[in-house]
Design a protein around this ligand. Sequence first.
Ligand code: F3S
Length: 64
Amino acid sequence: MKVVVDNGACTGHGRCYTLAPDVYDADEDGYCATSERDVPVGLEAPARRGAAGCPERAITVLEG
Ligand code: F3S
């Protein structure tokens, strides 16, 4: 499973890294610093919650 963040669409709501701090990182301005990452085993649920929680729908979850 992989998450892809459209960093151009991110406006810094911060819900992704608040809901899933082990999946998404914040930059110093509060934007999501993660662009693309393979989700470690066991973190799939928070990764999905973080993606679903983004008001800008900037995060895509690629299953598999
Ligand atoms: Fe950005 Fe969405 Fe996270 S706007 S900081 S990717 S919740």
